[in-house]
Ligand binder design. Structure first.
Ligand SMILES: NC(=O)c1ccc[n+]([C@@H]2O[C@H](COP(=O)([O-])OP(=O)(O)OC[C@H]3O[C@@H](n4cnc5c(N)ncnc54)[C@H](O)[C@@H]3O)[C@@H](O)[C@H]2O)c1
Ligand SMILES: O=P(O)(O)OC[C@H](O)CO
Length: 342
């Protein structure tokens, strides 16, 4: 393996952060990994395994786990941010005083902040002093951590406002089993990655209720229509939703049993309550919180999002899931296309 001089800091040692740290370390980068749980940092150091979030995989010797965030980010020109969206702002605020000028931050979190309805790069925009010259890039697309650890051929997108930064990050992450595309549509890629989680819960609900493949296909398709509608309203390019971060990740998460979001939905469809499901889940299912943000955004921007609205009622108002499906089916009839033919 070639040793690469650049030293990268990865913030967040859940399943995805650990996987990205491992991928980069195997490429030859020196990688520091910020671990929230102090005992876990020691365990990873000793056993070379993330026993809490990614058990069963042997991690690269080149990963340096640490509970000290300042140590992990000081003097790093490239950082990867992978903490769940509900703690993103508080962790980002801890980072700001230690960031190196002109650093690049790759944000791999998928969510929308509940309190502000901002995307993760929106949070950075609010808290980063412009004088630091820091660029934020989004990484999204269909990528279950465990499959990437197994080196399953995977393709993702990195989106940045400037092409040069996107190209740099593309090359940093690319491996023969991890193909990276670039996109200039940061808001589109971010929204697609966050919103698919809500539809994935809905797909799980339908499967848990025992509905068939017709239902799932309809849900994915109409879910994509909703995601696109909100995305375009917020400034995204519509074709981004036909890409890896859009239909790609939506298909993966709505159909793949490895999805935590789909699993939450499946268990809801089987009759468990959200409280029961969350009680035995250590990992994050971002769609639960994102659903609240989407519900608020749809109201605020006057965007019709009936599936997300029903999901909000199931998750947060105890609506019966079967009733929610029938309420969706019985809405006023409408045209599938939302634009006139040329
Ligand atoms: N797991 C995947 O396959 C995958 C793939 C692509 C994107 N993502 C996204 O990556 C993000 C992180 O998810 P994950 O799957 O790596 O996490 P995870 O569910 O495996 O682990 C939870 C993480 O949250 C951290 N955490 C909990 N409380 C915290 C706090 N108060 N402060 C700081 N950190 C805290 C834990 O330390 C741990 O790192 C999510 O937005 C997810 O949607 C995950
Ligand atoms: O397990 P999920 O549902 O959080 O999905 C993980 C990734 O977002 C898949 O790309």
């Amino acid at each position: 393996m070639r040793h690469i001089e650049e030293h990268i800091g990865v913030i967040g040692a859940g399943s995805w952060g650990t996987t990205l740290a491992h991928l980069l370390a195997e490429k030859g980068f020196s990688v520091s990994l910020w671990v929230y749980e102090k005992d876990l940092a020691e365990t990873i150091q000793k056993t070379k395994e993330n026993t809490l979030y990614l058990p069963g995989f042997s991690l690269s010797e080149r990963i340096m786990p640490s509970g000290n965030i300042e140590e992990v980010i000081r003097h790093r020109s490239l950082l990867v941010m992978v903490v769940p969206s509900h703690v993103y702002r508080s962790v980002a605020l801890q980072m700001v005083p230690h960031l190196q000028e002109n650093a690049v931050i790759v944000s791999a979190t998928k969510g929308i902040e509940n309190e502000t309805l901002l995307t993760m790069s929106g949070i950075w925009k609010e808290i980063l002093p412009e004088s630091l010259g820091i660029r934020v890039v989004t990484l999204a697309g269909p990528s279950f951590a465990r499959e990437v650890m197994q080196k399953t051929p995977t393709a993702v997108t990195v989106a940045a406002e400037d092409r040069e930064t996107a190209r740099k990050v593309q090359h940093v992450f690319h491996t023969p089993y991890f193909r990276v595309y670039t996109s200039p549509d940061k808001v589109g890629v971010e929204l697609a990655g966050a919103l698919k989680n809500v539809i994935a819960i809905a797909a799980g609900v339908c499967d848990g209720l025992g509905y068939g493949l017709n239902t799932r296909a309809a849900l994915i398709t109409r879910g994509l229509a909703e995601i696109t509608r909100l995305g375009v309203r917020m400034g995204a390019h519509p074709l981004t939703f036909a890409g890896l971060s859009g239909i790609g990740d939506l298909l993966l998460t709505c159909t793949g049993d490895l999805s935590r979001n789909r699993t939450v939905g499946f268990r809801l469809g089987r009759g468990e309550t959200l409280q029961e499901i969350l009680a035995d889940m250590r990992m994050v299912a971002e769609g639960i919180r994102t659903c609240t943000s989407v519900y608020e955004l749809a109201k605020k921007l006057h965007v019709d999002m009936p599936i997300c609205e029903q999901m909000y009622q199931i998750l947060h108002e105890n609506k019966n899931p079967r009733q929610a499906v029938w309420d969706l089916m019985e809405r006023d009839l409408k045209s599938e296309l939302e634009f006139p033919l040329p």
